[in-house]
Design a protein around this ligand. Structure first.
Ligand code: GLU
Length: 547
């Protein structure tokens, strides 16, 4: 009995050979420096901001250098899988326009290196596992979970390194005949890789973020095929898929860094070239004075869905994630305000190796800037599309009168110093509702320093009767408010007021506040002149009469 007999017993239906499969995945026609990256999420029902960061890095690398960026659905952990999860991932990527060149989605396969869904690649994995068994680099292991628990407890008690290695590799020592008999007796088994490493030996491993690392060689005989569904483990699928799909740079979370020596050993066992690695740091969040890992249970901003739901422009989210991808991004962006993030040269060395601090306040700032630069038409169409999905109150305001909505958005917009009060589309309703007469009822006014209602009414009456005119320019309009202020005993000149406060009841700003609050209920609004121009005299009169 030989290893070949064992391999045939385990995989009686696998007839293809490694050579057959290799032919199906020929080398990609890449130009010098071009890279192949992949985003390989597990379909667990979430798109975490960490996933997004990785996809963005993959995308940028290929944009910088040319090459191919593909999406692979890593669905071998059937216990964690959620229906439709890959659609959510692809929809998120599309939302941000980070669309892979190759993918499998909606029953459509784009690219020649598929299937891009691991559960459809069973035959391929089995061909390679069969080959490893034939060459004596993999074997069936019949240890039960109880056996393994006991082994681990003993290792812990005697304070030695835990794991299936060296003298603990019980099933490695079985003869081919013994293994065959056990299989024939229907004993459940997994397949383990036969490591040839020595833990005492150190090897050099290159990570593009962390640099050269001096790590102990792997000596663990890892499981490469599970017993229940014959699916490969992550380690094995990574090696086979990234080899066959010709990935040149693997971008993945740093939780995989401790496994990299296993992977390198498996690449070597097949004589494959290992890819380069970018292990991305954890995303951190500041909480009070301390910093902790961002959590999908505690932090709304950990999930990509949040950003869509509240309506951050996709570019704002991308830019904010770019700031944690490379420490020099912000400065580059300041120096090149008109360039796209795609013009930025990603440098893995400028990525934090200890953790990336993500900051919603920074996102708000970035987003306010981006929205401030949108034209009214752009902001109208983006916010309208968003409102149809997430905010029907805003949607109905917009649909009442599209031009009026655009005019409201246009207050202090399309000018050199535009307004910066909108950070996300969700903010819009609260910033504009008062511009709609049917919402302007039962108002609680935020009066300023003048609070006496008869004083207020007096100011409003004189203003509307003696001064307001729809045709006034902004300068004329303001000059009249100053005249009104003086007439009522308020200083029109701030310098003069500061010098002689006792001479005045207040100053022109107090008068303007009365007008502003009477019209909008708020002390802070965008430009009052533009608001009045949009209302026109009769609506202004109407609002004044509500007080
Ligand atoms: N499916 C793995 C995960 O979601 C991917 C790791 C990798 O990119 O290789 O963690």
């Amino acid at each position: 009995m030989t290893n070949k007999d064992l391999a045939n017993l385990i995989f009686p239906n696998v007839t293809k050979t490694v050579e057959d499969i290799e032919k199906m995945y020929p080398k990609r026609q890449l130009k010098e420096n071009e890279e192949v990256t992949r985003f390989a999420p597990s379909p667990t029902g979430f798109m975490h901001i960490g996933n997004f960061m990785m996809a963005l890095i993959d995308y940028i690398i290929v944009n910088n250098n040319g090459g191919v960026f593909y999406l692979r659905n890593e669905d071998t952990d059937k216990n964690r899988e959620v229906d439709d999860a890959i659609n959510l991932i692809m929809d998120t990527l599309k939302h941000y326009n980070i669309v892979p060149d190759e993918y499998e989605y909606d029953n459509k396969v784009v690219g020649n290196y598929g299937p891009y869904i691991q559960s459809k690649r069973m035959e391929i994995y089995h061909v390679y596992i069969k080959h490893l068994i034939e060459i004596g680099r993999a074997y069936p292991c019949f240890c039960t979970p109880e056996d393994l628990n006991l082994m681990r407890e003993r290792q812990e008690q005697t304070k030695i390194r835990t794991g299936y290695y060296g003298r603990f590799t019980k099933c490695r020592k079985l003869s081919v005949e013994e293994a065959i008999n056990k299989i024939k007796n229907k004993e459940p088994y997994v397949i383990r890789f036969k490591s040839n490493g020595d833990f005492e030996n150190k090897i050099w491993v290159d990570d593009l973020v962390k640099g050269r690392l001096h790590l102990s060689e792997n000596d663990i005989d890892d499981v490469i095929m599970k017993s229940d569904n014959l699916l490969p483990t992550y380690h094995f699928a990574h090696v086979i898929d990234d080899h066959l799909m010709h990935t040149t740079i693997v971008v993945r979370g740093e939780e995989w860094l401790p496994s990299v020596t296993k992977h390198i050993q498996m690449f070597e066992a097949f004589g494959f070239k290992a890819p380069k690695y970018v292990h991305t740091p954890l995303i951190l969040k500041k909480e009070g004075e301390s910093v902790r890992k961002i959590s999908k249970r505690k932090d709304k901003e950990a999930l990509m869905k949040y950003y869509e739901e509240v309506g951050y422009p996709s570019l704002a989210v991308i830019e904010s994630v770019m700031t944690i991808i490379n420490s020099n991004y912000e400065q580059w962006h300041q120096e090149n305000p008109d360039k796209s993030f795609l013009d930025f040269q990603f440098d893995p060395k400028k990525m934090s190796s200890s953790g990336a601090l993500y900051d919603l306040v920074k996102l708000e700032d970035i987003s306010k800037n981006i929205i401030s630069k949108m034209t009214k038409d752009e902001l109208y169409s983006k916010s309208y599309e968003w409102s149809k999905k997430y905010d029907n109150k805003l949607q109905s305001l917009i649909e009442q009168d599209v031009d009026y909505y655009k005019n409201i958005l246009n207050i202090e917009r399309e000018q050199e110093k535009p307004r910066k009060d909108i950070a996300k589309y969700q903010d819009i309703y609260n910033l504009i509702w008062y511009m709609y007469d049917d919402l302007f009822t039962d108002i609680s006014y935020e009066w300023g320093s003048i609070t006496d209602i008869s004083d207020i009414k007096n100011i409003l009456n004189i203003y509307i009767n003696d001064y307001y005119n729809d045709n006034d320019s902004k300068d004329e309009w303001f000059a009249k408010i100053k005249i009104l202020a003086e007439r009522l005993g308020y200083a029109s000149n701030m310098k003069e007021y500061k010098k002689n406060k006792d001479k005045y009841k207040g100053n022109v700003a107090d008068i303007a506040t009365v007008l502003r609050v009477a019209l909008t209920s708020k002390k802070n609004t965008p430009d009052l002149y533009e608001i009045m121009q949009l209302f026109g005299k009769s609506r202004i009169q109407n609002r004044f009469s509500q007080i």
